[in-house]
Design a binder for this molecule. Structure first.
Ligand code: PLP
Length: 467
C-alpha cells in the first residue's frame, strides 16, 4: 500500500464519529442501532476497497456521507410496497399476480389474528385435515371427485409426477416441452421427479398414433401441458383431450394436464377464447389437473390439484406434500375466493373484474383521469395529455393471443424531462406507479389500476411538475 493511500484511508471518518451525528441517530428508532452500524460499516468498506484499488483517490466526506444517508434511507423504507399497476397486464408476475378480493383479505386477517380450526375437527373434538376446508369447494366448482392444494403450480406438477410416475415413463408431446418464465422447464421438472421422459411427435404436429406407439410396460402417465406464452401457428395439430384420455384409459394409463393458469369460469364472452376451464378438462376425462391459484383464478398463490379420488388419496399420503403444504393464511384466502365463485359473484374478484371491465367504462375512466391531470400538468408548461386506445393483456401465460381493447392516458412530459425520466420519477413515488413508455409518452392503462388509484394520482399530480 502506498503511503498516500494509507494516509487517505485514515481520512475516512471513524464509526464513532458517524454514529455521533444526530441525523444518523434518527434512524435508530426505524431499524435499530445494530443495523445502522452494520450498514455504515458496509459503506465504509466499499470506500476502503475503492481506495485500495485506486478507483477513488481522495476521501470526499460529503459524498461519503451522502452514500451513508442513501443506504440508511433505503433500508428504513419497507422493501415490499404497494404499487399502482398501470401496465395493462392483469396477471403481472413481477407485480404479484392477483389482488385478492375484499372477503379473502378479511379472511386472511382473521386467520392470522387468532387461532383457527386449521387442523381440528370441531364436531368430533379431535384432529382434522387442513385440506378439508377447500376440497369440497374445489370439487363443487370443477366437478372433480377430489382435490388438494400445495404451495404453487410448479410444486403441484413436481409432486404429481413424482408420486405417480417416478418409477416409470411419462409420455409428452414435443410441442409441449415448454419453458415458462421464472425457470420452470418441463424437462427439468420431469428429471427432478425421477421419471423417464418419452417425447413423441414433432414440435408442430403430434398424432394419436405417436402416443400409442410410445406406450410400453413402463409407461405410467401421459402428460399434457398448457403451452402458456408460447403458440404454434400454421401447420399444426395436437391430439384432442378426449382421444387422449380414451387411449390412455384403454391401456390402463393416467392422463395428467398442467393447465397453467386455469380458470373456473368460461371467459369466451370477454374476447377470450380457446382456454378450457378446469371443469372441462375433468369432463373430458383427464385424471388429474393442476393449475395456479394466483393467475386467472384471482386467489392466493397455490397449486391446485383436482381429479380422481384414488389418485388424490395417493398424493395425500406422499411425503412431499408435507414439504409443499400451504399455510393457514393461504387457505383462508383460497376458501373465501372459492366461496365467491360458488355464489357466482365474479365481479368481486379483482382479476376477473379487470378482465370483464366494459371498454365504455374504461374510456370514461381514462377521460376523467386525463381531464383532472390536465389541471395540474398544463399544456402551457409543455405537458400533453391524451386519451388513447390501448391493448391490455391477461398475462400469466393465459390467452397469449388475445388482446383486450382498453383505454389509457398518454402523458407526454415537457421535452427537457422526456418519457423515460418521467417513468422513473413515477416509480419513485409512494405508491410507485409502474407504466409503459413509448417513444414520447408514458401510458397509464386504466384497466389494471385499482378503484381509488385514479383519484390518488390526481391528488398528487401537482407535485409531478417539480421533477
Ligand atoms: C404458470 C405456469 C406454471 C407455474 O405455476 P406457478 O403457480 O407459478 O408455480 C406451470 N405450468 C404452466 C403451464 C404455467 O402456465
Amino acid at each position: 500500500m502506498s503511503e498516500d493511500v494509507s494516509r487517505y484511508l485514515r481520512n475516512i471518518p471513524s464509526m464513532d464519529k458517524i454514529l455521533s451525528l444526530e441525523w444518523v441517530q434518527d434512524y435508530y428508532p426505524m431499524i435499530g442501532r445494530k443495523a445502522v452500524k452494520s450498514l455504515i460499516e458496509s459503506v465504509l468498506d466499499d470506500w476502503r476497497l475503492s481506495m485500495l484499488s485506486g478507483e477513488i483517490k481522495e476521501v470526499d466526506i460529503e459524498r461519503l456521507m451522502s452514500d451513508v444517508k442513501r443506504t440508511l434511507e433505503k433500508s428504513s423504507k419497507k422493501s415490499m410496497r404497494p404499487v399502482i399497476n398501470a401496465t395493462g397486464v392483469i396477471v403481472h408476475t413481477n407485480l404479484g399476480r392477483s389482488c385478492l378480493a375484499d372477503e379473502a383479505i378479511a379472511a386472511v386477517h382473521d386467520a392470522s389474528r387468532c387461532y383457527t380450526n386449521l387442523e381440528y375437527d370441531l364436531e368430533a373434538g379431535k384432529r382434522g385435515h387442513r385440506y378439508d376446508h377447500v376440497e369440497w369447494l374445489l370439487c363443487q366448482l370443477t366437478g372433480a371427485e377430489a382435490a388438494l392444494v400445495v404451495n404453487n403450480n410448479a410444486s403441484a406438477v413436481l409432486m404429481c409426477l413424482t408420486a405417480l410416475a417416478s418409477d416409470g415413463e411419462i409420455i409428452i408431446s414435443r410441442g409441449e416441452l415448454i419453458e415458462i418464465g421464472e425457470s420452470f422447464r418441463i424437462p427439468d421438472i420431469m428429471a427432478l421427479s425421477g421419471a423417464k421422459m418419452v417425447e413423441v411427435g414433432t414440435t408442430n404436429r403430434t398424432h394419436l398414433y405417436d402416443y400409442e406407439r410410445a406406450i410400453t410396460e413402463e409407461t405410467r402417465l401421459i402428460l399434457k401441458v398448457h403451452p402458456s406464452n408460447y403458440r404454434i401457428v400454421g401447420f399444426h395439430s395436437e391430439v384432442g383431450r378426449e382421444d387422449l384420455t380414451n387411449l390412455a384409459h384403454s391401456r390402463g394409463l393416467l392422463v395428467m394436464e398442467d393447465l397453467g393458469s386455469g380458470t373456473l369460469v368460461d371467459l369466451s364472452t370477454y374476447e377470450l377464447k380457446g382456454e378450457p376451464t378446469i371443469g372441462q378438462c375433468i369432463k373430458d376425462g383427464v385424471d388429474i389437473v393442476t393449475f395456479s391459484g394466483d393467475k386467472l383464478l384471482g386467489g392466493p398463490q397455490i397449486g391446485g390439484i383436482v381429479g380422481k379420488k384414488d389418485i388424490i388419496s395417493k398424493l395425500k399420503k406422499h411425503p412431499m406434500l408435507r414439504a409443499l403444504r400451504v399455510d393457514k393464511m393461504t387457505l383462508a384466502a383460497l376458501e373465501a375466493t372459492l366461496r365467491i365463485y360458488l355464489r357466482e359473484e365474479h365481479s368481486k374478484i379483482p382479476t376477473l373484474a379487470m378482465l370483464m371491465a366494459d371498454p365504455k367504462d374504461l374510456k370514461m375512466r381514462a377521460a376523467n383521469l386525463a381531464n383532472s391531470l390536465r389541471e395540474s400538468l398544463r399544456s402551457e408548461e409543455g405537458w400533453n395529455i391524451d386519451v388513447i386506445e390501448v391493448k391490455d393483456v391477461v398475462g400469466g401465460g393465459a390467452f397469449p393471443d388475445d388482446e383486450l381493447s382498453g383505454f389509457g392516458v398518454a402523458i407526454a412530459p415537457p421535452e427537457e424531462i422526456g418519457p423515460s425520466k418521467f417513468a422513473a420519477f413515477l416509480r419513485q413515488l409512494e405508491p410507485s406507479v409502474i407504466a409503459n413508455v413509448d417513444q414520447e409518452r408514458v401510458i397509464l392503462h386504466v384497466r389494471t389500476m385499482r378503484p381509488g388509484e385514479d383519484d390518488l394520482l390526481i391528488s398528487k399530480a401537482e407535485t409531478w411538475r417539480n421533477i
